[in-house]
Structures are given as C-alpha cells and as structure tokens.
Ligand binder design. Sequence first.
Ligand code: DAH
Length: 347
Amino acid sequence: MKDIDFDKLKKEVEAELQSIKTQEEIENFRLKYFSRKSGVLNDILKSIKGLSIEKKKEYGKFANQLKIYIENEIEIKKESLKMEHIKNLEEEEKIDITAPGKKVFSGHIHPLTHIIRKSVDIFESMGFEVASGPEVETEFYNFDALNIPASHPSRDMQDTFWLDPKTVGPGFLMRTQTSSVQVRYMEKNNPPFRIVCPGRVFRKEATDATHEMQFYQIECLVVAKDMSLVHLKSVLELFFKKLLENEKIKVRFRPSYFPFVEPGVEVDVICFKCLGKGCPLCKKTGWIEIGGAGMVHPKVLDSAKIDTSEFKGFAFGMGIERVAMIKYGVGDVRLFYNTDMRMLKQF
Ligand code: DAH
C-alpha cells in the first residue's frame, strides 16, 4: 500500500473548508469524509487493515486526528454560516423606523351612495323608518295602486321597461319610481307612520347629460292624523337645510300634477349658490327644481285600505343624481356611472 500523505490530505481539507458557503455544502463535505460506504476516512481505515502494527498505530492516530479536526471544523463552519445568515437577515429585514410611511390608498364611497346615506340619516333623525320594495315590480304597485290606471295619460310620462309576459307572466316591469313602495308599505302597516325609501328606478329613455336609463330616487311618505302641506313643507325645508348644509335654505311649492297626490306640487329649493339672487347654477331664477310632492290622493289611501276620514298623508320624491349634480356641480349624469377615477377621486 502507498503511504498516506496526511499533510496533503489536511491541506485539501482546509482548502475545501475555505470554499464552503452553504449548510448544504457542509453536509456534502461531511458525507465525503464520514460516509460509511464511501467516506474518505473509512476508506483509510479499511486500507490500513493489512499493515504492520506500527503503521496501523501511526496511520490510525493520524486518521483519528484528522477525523477530530474535520468534526471540529464542521461545527465551526456551521456556526459561522449561521451567524452570517443572521447578520444578513438583520441587514435584509432591517426596519428603518425613521423612514417616512408609505401612503395607504383608501377609497371612499361613491358620491351617489353618499347622498343616499346622508338623506336617509337625516330622515331617520326625524323619526322616519327605512322601507324598501322590489326593483322588479308589478303594474299594480307601480301604476294602478297609485291612481294611474291603464288608460291614464300619465303612464305616458314614464317610458316603462316591461318584462316579457311570455317569460314571467303579464304585468311585470322594472319600477319607474320609488312611489311603488308606498302602497306596499301601507298594506302591511297601520298609520301613523313615516317612511323613507331610497332605491333604483328604471326608465326607457335615451341617455343624455341629464337622463339615464337607471337612476336613484328617494321617496318619503307620512300618514297620520291632521297632516297638511304645512307639515310637508317644514319637513322638506329641514331636510334640505341639512342635506345642503345651509341654514338659509328655503323651499317653495309650485302647483303641479302627479296622479297619486292631490294637491300635487313641484318642489323648488332656493339656489344654495346665490340664495335667490340668480346665478348660472339656477339659470338666473334663484330656485332649483328638486322633486315632486303632495298630499296623498284618497284613492291611494283607499288602495291600501286606510280610513281617509281619519288619516291624511303627504309624500315626496326626488332624484338622487339630480341632487348630486347640483350639490357637486357635475354637468353630466353619465359621469356618475362611467367609473372614471379622475372624476370619482374628486369627492
Ligand atoms: N314618483 C314621481 C316621479 O318619479 C316623483 C313624485 C312626485 C313622488 C310626487 C312623490 C310625489 O311622492 O308626491 O316623477
């Protein structure tokens, strides 16, 4: 057998140790020397079996020293790699508590949702209860129960999306007004009550700067004893003062016609920009038309089997988009729906 050059072997080991950079490399290195099957040290021990006792002792001693040396070095290397790793982590995961914070982008509710919520809040603060009805409505609640019979010309005022009678049966439509909730509520609840109904309505109209095929309305209905236009006016004035955040807001009524109220009125709010002086917003009239209202028609109360000799009611309805356009100075209703962030971010 050739002499074993332990010095050379040790130098090789040292060089290998130098180049080790990872825990995995350490493991490979350990296996190379200590593996039972093919480890270098085992090979040495096997190869000295047939040698003389002195040589065996000498080589055995060297081999043992080498083994202890390698074992130690492995431990040292492992430890130093661990320390290095921790040091790197400190560097990589360092938190600079003095660095300026990253701005978290938080969205906000849509301007229409804002107007709806605010309106509902105001009515609730006046003791109103929120009521709702379906968007797919029957002809009865949308028209007939509101004193709008089939032959009545007022049906022409609203172009209706009728649902296909072959699919869903006759008389179904997309509601054209939140007034449809009135009789639904009255059928199930006894007066006195005051309700507010926000919701989406649909009209088969050509879309332009002031018309959308779907839009939001808010309706209010009060039925109690001795109700009059005076109550209606004071409720609306208080509501608009709060909604437009201006104590100077006034409301005026102009005679109008809606089949479900008698008398019916058009509701104007004093222009909150010029307070009646006349400006571009109110087209120099000093007033802004904002909704319809009136004393609930006895026929509507009859439809809901409410005793008209005892109870009277008033109702009001307005379009949310219109209020938002006026309040925020938005010139085109379609801007509320086209999800253009440049527009929406302004609120
Ligand atoms: N529903 C009417 C419309 O869509 C608005 C309206 C007018 C509602 C008069 C009312 C009312 O409650 O009394 O044009």
